[in-house]
Unconditional design. Structure first.
Length: 589
């Protein structure tokens, strides 16, 4: 275990001399320290930044007598709050070199630092120090480790550790440990396991409190199982555990997502009767639900009501309202909300800009979006990848190829780093304007760099080649999918079938359909509509009739595009209608 501890910690934590100005060469071991006596240390007042913390640590280790361990613990805790996790671990290692005694609180802080750095493996490597120092394991240490495992999405490991702690009676789980496990499970969709732990608690010595019940209720609400959530609420009440604002916020959020507004009103009344008054989060949930249903006028009324009740809107409130207007295409009203927010001395965040930029791009007012992109850096914010992706998509929509190339080049050079969706937007944009060589050059470069790609990315390339009449190249890319272990989905097959049908290569299209079925990828409504349009375009009416029977038997029907296509064909050739009598009974357009 000792060997593992050294190798793991050294692998990620550089020596303290590399990062911090600690005059360790002049620091003598604890046993030989001499210095001032009885100096009072106030960590909160003395430590405002990392340099302050390092300087204070240097001073503390020279004192005689040495400051009490709670002072060291307070210093490390302060550094954790400042998110200087590497520094905490480095200082701890200096303490070990100087033979300064450690406590369970200090070890917990170091373990927590590793977990916050997403290095729970290194956190586990500190457990032997507990044994060597005679410090008993406690529930705080293991709760921290379990939280670290969940943070790294190691759900199975977290559950196994918890079960072993209970089975081996290493420590008695308290409500915080139960809450940590249940919260970790619920956040990852394991609602039934979360409920099972609630039932286990109810049978044991540690009884569930309001926090535990809220975790379970929220999990059911996220699953849209409001009946089960309300059932748990009733259980709480029967056991004399009153619901709080968190309970009602979860339930209101779940009901809003289901559009059950009458039940929302009932819950609001129930809250007020229990002297639980809606907070800004409650109102934000309600406003967001209304905006997403397009009922922005009602959302405005709720916003006025919250102000009347003395609850001030926050940045989330304004962002939700802006998003609601943008969803309805009312980007000018969204901009007014943006300006009102600034007048209220609430600084817009990156989400505010993203919402407004997306709104302008959807209205094809890309110049306004570009102006906002320029404002982001002036405000001290950094554009996100999603921000630039939205801009790129908007620029290609309006033909701003030059500007799109500049934005993409800037992302590659200074950031934000492009993701696979960025590359897909650019390649699709190149294909759209016939820049096939540039699109394929970028595609080949990404393949050589082994960038993370998915089937959607390859479908964009195949689609672009098909639309530019490069069917052979499209088929070559399609065939490559099996070699790289990336199975085509229904959209990929539909893209190839569309390409063949447009070129009149109906036999090749039917061959692709057979391959599709052989690979257990079932055709969908789009597949059948593409074939019907292909048969109509190339006057293969008898084949279309057979295909339509299969289409109707599978429960599919014409989409608007196919119906319009058929109407135009019938106008030119009315006899087509007589060739497909099934149309009258099974497909109405």
């Amino acid at each position: 275990m000792r060997r593992i501890l050294v190798s793991k910690s050294n692998a990620i934590i550089p020596s303290i001399s590399s990062f911090y100005i600690l005059r360790s060469s002049s620091i003598r071991p604890y046993s030989s320290l001499k210095g001032k006596v009885g100096v009072r240390i106030n960590v909160e007042n003395e430590v405002k930044c990392l340099d302050d913390a390092v300087n204070l640590f240097n001073r503390m280790v020279r004192m005689k007598p040495l400051p009490s361990l709670p002072v060291f613990c307070k210093l490390l805790k302060t550094m954790i709050n400042m998110k200087h996790y590497y520094a905490v671990i480095s200082l701890f290692r200096e303490m070990r070199k100087l033979d300064i005694p450690i406590s369970e609180f200090i070890l917990s802080n170091v373990i927590n630092s590793y977990c916050l750095m997403h290095r729970v493996d290194c956190a586990f490597s500190l457990l032997p120090i507990h044994l060597k120092s005679g410090i008993p394991f406690d529930v705080v240490t293991f709760t921290t480790l379990i939280r670290g495992l969940f943070a790294e999405n190691k759900v199975t490991d977290a559950v196994v550790l918890f079960k072993n702690l209970v089975r081996e009676k290493i420590c008695e789980p308290n409500e915080i440990m139960y809450g940590t496990v249940m919260n970790g499970l619920s956040k990852r969709g394991h609602t039934e396991k979360t409920l099972s732990l609630l039932r286990l608690m109810e049978q044991g010595n540690t009884k569930p409190d309001i926090y535990i019940y809220n975790v379970v209720i929220d999990a059911f609400c996220k699953d849209r199982n409001l009946d089960a959530a309300i059932s748990i609420l009733n259980e709480m009440k029967q056991k004399g555990i009153p619901p709080d604002i968190v309970t009602y916020n979860s339930l209101i959020d779940g009901l809003c997502k289901l559009g059950q507004w009458e039940k929302v009103k009932t819950l609001f009344s129930e809250m007020v009767n229990l002297n639980i008054y809606p907070d800004v989060h409650t109102f934000n949930i309600l406003i967001d639900g209304l905006c997403k249903e397009g009922i922005v006028e009602d959302a405005e009324e709720v916003m006025k009501h919250m102000v009347g009740k003395g609850v001030e809107p926050d940045i989330i409130t304004y962002n939700v309202m802006m998003d609601g207007y943008c969803l309805r295409g009312q980007v000018d009203r969204a901009r007014r909300v943006f300006d009102i927010m600034i007048d209220k001395c609430i600084e817009p965040d990156i989400f505010s800009y993203n919402i407004l930029i997306n709104g302008y791009c959807k209205k094809k007012e890309v110049a306004q979006a570009m102006q906002l992109l320029g404002e982001i850096s002036q405000k001290g914010l950094k554009p996100e990848t999603v921000t630039c992706n939205t801009i790129l998509h908007g620029l290609f929509e309006v033909g701003g190829i030059g500007d799109a190339k500049r934005v993409y080049a800037e992302m590659l050079s200074v950031g934000p780093k492009p993701n696979i969706y960025t590359h897909s937007i650019v390649i699709d944009g190149y294909f759209r304007y016939g820049l096939v060589e540039e699109a394929m050059s970028l595609f080949n470069k990404l393949e050589r760099k082994r960038e993370n790609t998915d089937i959607a990315f390859y479908t964009v390339v195949i689609n672009g080649l098909c639309k530019n009449g490069k069917l052979d190249e499209a088929q070559s890319v399609f065939e490559k999918l099996s070699l790289i272990g990336l199975p085509p989905n229904v959209r990929t097959y539909n893209t190839m079938i569309t390409g063949f049908c447009r070129q009149g290569l109906l036999d090749e299209a039917k061959s692709m359909l057979r391959k599709m079925k052989k690979n257990s990828c079932l055709p969908d409504n789009v597949t059948y509509n593409v074939f019907v349009q292909g048969f109509l375009r190339w006057s293969k009416f008898s084949e279309m009739r057979t295909f339509m029977v299969e289409m109707a038997d599978r429960g599919f029907s014409f989409d608007a595009s196919t119906a319009g296509f058929l109407v135009n064909v019938v106008r030119e050739n009315p006899s087509v209608l007589d060739m497909i009598p099934e149309l009258h009974s099974k497909n109405k357009y």
